[in-house]
Design a protein around this ligand. Structure first.
Ligand code: ATP
Ligand code: MG
Length: 394
């Protein structure tokens, strides 16, 4: 058993000693069997949330209405979820209610794919009622139970199937594939926030080309934000040269570089991206589109993260790029932040004996630009002299 599971063993043991059942479940067990890196270990238990909370010193009510309590052990956090079934599904979305149950089998039955419905006990023994291990061996994504029914219960599973296809480089089991094709339009009912999470993992996955192909083949793009009629853009996306591990920023940049939306902002708003993420994407996209070399001031504005994003965006589409040179030029800038300027707003207000206002921020930007571009030395005396003579001349 991996160290990461061993570290979590006391959680299982504590629950068992109190008379409950407890198992490792979900993605952690799947990834362990696949010999992939396991990031977070999820635990399923017969104990109800209140019972879990009584057994551990430090817990957080992360999703208590769905039965999830986060347990802290040392500096590790574990999501401990009560065995549950899912109640009625309304409008092909997440269930409106969950019902806690005391049996592991019932809990595994509500899970999406057989590879995700395997439980592992404290001794490493698997409880695998749907032959998930065999599916992993065959590298197959297979719905638990009747695939059509499962996609109709929660259409996000359609998106998750494609995400796993990319992430794990698996194929879809035939009946699951047929059902996916048939029910793809149900995705229209799924919350964008949930689709977005899967989209990022899909684009980051090594098997993205197969995933994009499947999306195009099933017309799934019609139900993705802003991608109606964008088959060609997706084909273009599939041709991009992605790095080993694309960042989330690059995922969004790749999408706008493929789609070229009239308004990047409106497009990303449809994906419900945060304002910050939208801004970073918009700025990088604009710099790539203008196809001009970096200026000092643009390097200064972009900062290291922005420079990395722009250069990797250029690499995606085969545009000339050189991260090392851009970073070296950035390092050589006279200043890297406004706080490094030799003067500040207070200095300018005292110099002109004026109170603040729009003039002040405009002047600060002008001085900042001159310093960054090397036209003005970053020294109080030089700036004072420029304010006295140079400025009046220009
Ligand atoms: P990852 O490694 O990306 O976290 P994961 O399989 O662990 O993948 P999670 O979203 O963390 O995905 O979900 C944990 C487990 O919960 C899944 O393995 C699966 O058993 C179950 N699950 C998650 N989402 C659904 C869903 N929409 N329908 C049914 N079961 C689900
Ligand atoms: Mg997980």
């Amino acid at each position: 058993m991996d160290l990461i599971f061993k570290k979590a063993l006391p959680v299982l043991e504590t629950l068992e000693q109190a008379g409950y059942e407890a198992y490792f479940v979900g993605g952690a067990v799947r990834d362990y069997l696949l010999k992939r890196d396991v990031n977070d270990v999820d635990i399923a238990t017969s104990a109800f949330p209140e019972e879990v909370k009584q057994l551990f010193r430090k817990t957080y009510d992360t999703g208590i209405e769905h039965g999830t309590v986060t347990v802290r052990l040392g500096d590790e956090l574990y999501e401990v979820t009560t065995f549950r079934t899912e109640g009625k599904y309304v409008d092909f979305r997440r269930p409106s209610e969950v019902k806690f149950v005391r049996s592991l089998e019932e809990d595994l039955l509500r899970r999406d794919f057989t590879m995700n419905a395997i439980a592992m006990d404290k001794s490493g023994k698997l409880h695998d009622p749907f032959s998930g291990e065999l599916a992993i061996l065959r590298r197959e994504i297979k719905a638990v139970g009747e695939p059509e029914h499962r996609f109709r219960e929660d259409a996000l599973r359609i998106m998750r199937a494609v995400r796993f296809l990319s992430q794990l480089e698996f194929t879809l089991e035939e009946k699951t594939r047929q059902a996916l094709k048939k029910e793809v339009s149900l995705l229209a009912h799924t919350a964008v926030e949930r689709i977005r999470v899967e989209w990022v993992k899909l684009v980051q996955g090594k098997g993205r080309v197969c995933a994009f192909k499947l999306i195009i083949e099933t017309c799934m793009e019609r139900y993705l934000p802003g991608l109606l009629d964008k088959k060609e853009a997706l084909a273009k996306l599939a041709s991009f040269k992605f790095p080993e591990k694309p960042s989330e920023d690059l995922v969004w940049l790749s999408l706008v570089l493929a789609v070229h939306p009239d308004s990047v902002r409106a497009f990303l708003r449809a994906w419900k991206l945060s304002n910050q993420q939208t801004k970073r994407t918009e700025q990088a996209y604009a710099l790539i589109q203008e196809e001009k070399p970096w200026t000092n001031y643009k390097l200064y504005q972009a900062q290291i993260e922005g420079i990395r994003l722009v250069e990797s965006g250029k690499a995606l589409i085969g545009q000339e790029n050189d991260l090392q040179v851009a970073l070296a030029n950035y390092e050589a800038l006279p200043i890297h932040a406004r706080s490094e300027m030799a003067i500040d707003g207070r200095f300018l207000m005292a110099f002109y004996e004026k109170t603040g206002g729009p003039w002040l921020s405009e002047l600060l930007i002008e001085i900042e630009q001159k310093i960054v571009s090397g036209e003005l030395q970053n020294q109080e005396e030089a700036i004072r002299r420029w304010l006295l003579d140079g400025k009046s001349e220009s």
